[in-house]
Write a protein that binds this ligand. Structure first.
Ligand SMILES: Cc1cc2nc3c(=O)[nH]c(=O)nc-3n(C[C@H](O)[C@H](O)[C@H](O)COP(=O)(O)OP(=O)(O)OC[C@H]3O[C@@H](n4cnc5c(N)ncnc54)[C@H](O)[C@@H]3O)c2cc1C
Length: 336
């Protein structure tokens, strides 16, 4: 627990530690599915090194593996499971894969790509239970809400994360989806700061507060928090919602307001056959969001144009007509 009144921490095993300034960087933990069967052998999160070793030990070339969750972390895990597992099925309750970073076109393209790699992708499908199968070989049945059953030797869960902040109960530190911090990474309680996955900090695109549970945000948070704790006073510009992902070898990326803003303009170039897609979102004449599939060469450019808030001038119309010219737009503005 944290006793903010007398600047001290109480440890689980007993004893207190005093502080002048406190940084909370306790990260997140995997969310568990609220269904029966989560405690069966062979049902794993992928969080610790021990989890990864257990998964690698159970995934064999002739085995059935079910991955529950096709979000950002699920797709990272999918990339590795595909190399190990015989038959891989993915169950996702949303109507598309990686729904928090992809629109229907991108999510559909990713699903088709995975299916072309012999991955069974079941979207709009919820798991209702995991049961021991009657084969005597330690297999399980993953039961879906519509009654279907998927046989699995190994079940891997990737259904979201929750911040580790329970120990703050009664401390007075304000929380929401994470610990609320201002542009100095300070909480509402004097001398207490928070950073990383546990912190709900300023968002670059909206000015609101978001948990961006990714490593670059944790690094930026840590740096700004440390400088402020050391008595300097830097202001954080906010973290960019950003995901760069390889799923079964297909690279996807999304940045900022990839889903656009009301009254904004957007342009998309779609090549379904070659799994290429680029969608740009504009606010006035600035790029505010981007979403790409199979566009590895544009990743840095999209991020750069968004974070620099570069006024595009007449390049906005050129990009509305031909989004694939985003590299040219970047070069034109970086040489001004
Ligand atoms: C499978 C997987 C793949 C990922 N891939 C990517 C990726 O490709 N790119 C990317 O940017 N991000 C990725 N992430 C996210 C990235 O790992 C996190 O954003 C990053 O680790 C956050 O850093 P952190 O320091 O805030 O938290 P953590 O790295 O989680 O560290 C928090 C630490 O605090 C400790 N702790 C917790 N509670 C307490 C307590 N009460 N007392 C003492 N100690 C405590 C924990 O044990 C842990 O060591 C991935 C995550 C997972 C699970």
């Amino acid at each position: 627990t944290v006793a903010a009144g007398d600047n001290s921490l109480t440890m689980e095993g007993g004893g207190n530690i005093g502080y002048d300034r406190l940084l909370i960087a306790t990260g997140a933990r995997p969310v568990q599915l609220p269904v029966p069967g989560m405690d069966l052998a062979g049902v794993h999160n992928c969080w610790t090194l021990a989890d990864a070793r257990a998964i690698a030990g159970l995934a064999a070339k002739d085995s059935n593996v079910v991955l529950i969750g096709a979000g950002f972390i699920g797709c990272i895990i999918l990339e590795s499971l595909l190399k190990l597992a015989g038959n891989l099925s993915v169950v996702e309750m949303e109507e598309r894969m990686v729904s928090r970073m992809m629109d229907d076109t991108a999510g559909g393209m990713l699903k088709r790509w995975c299916e072309s790699k012999n991955v069974e992708v079941l979207t709009s499908s919820r798991v209702s239970a995991i049961e021991a199968a009657s084969d005597g070989a330690g297999d399980k049945d993953v039961v879906l809400e519509d009654g279907r059953k998927l046989n699995a030797h190994l079940v891997v869960l990737a259904v979201g994360v929750a911040p580790n902040m329970d120990f703050l109960d009664g401390s007075g530190v304000a929380t929401d989806d994470g610990i609320l911090v201002d542009e100095h990474l300070a909480t509402n309680v004097e001398n207490i700061f928070a950073a990383g996955d546990v912190a709900q900090g300023p968002d670059f695109s909206t000015g609101g507060h978001m948990v961006h549970a990714i490593q670059p945000t944790a690094v930026e948070h840590g740096r700004i928090a440390a400088l402020n704790m050391a008595g300097l006073n830097p202001v954080y510009k906010g973290s960019l919602n950003m995901n760069v992902l390889a799923t079964a070898g297909l690279v996807s990326s999304s940045f900022g307001k990839w889903d656009g803003v009301s009254g904004g303009d957007s342009a998309a170039a779609t090549d379904e056959e070659n799994y290429k897609y680029l969608c740009l979102q504009f606010g006035e004449d600035r790029l505010i969001g981007a979403l790409g599939i199979g566009m590895t060469e544009h990743v840095g450019v999209m991020r750069g144009l968004i974070t620099s808030r570069t006024p595009l001038g007449d390049w906005k119309d050129k990009l509305l007509a031909s989004p694939n010219r985003v590299m040219e737009a970047y070069v034109a503005h970086s040489q001004l």
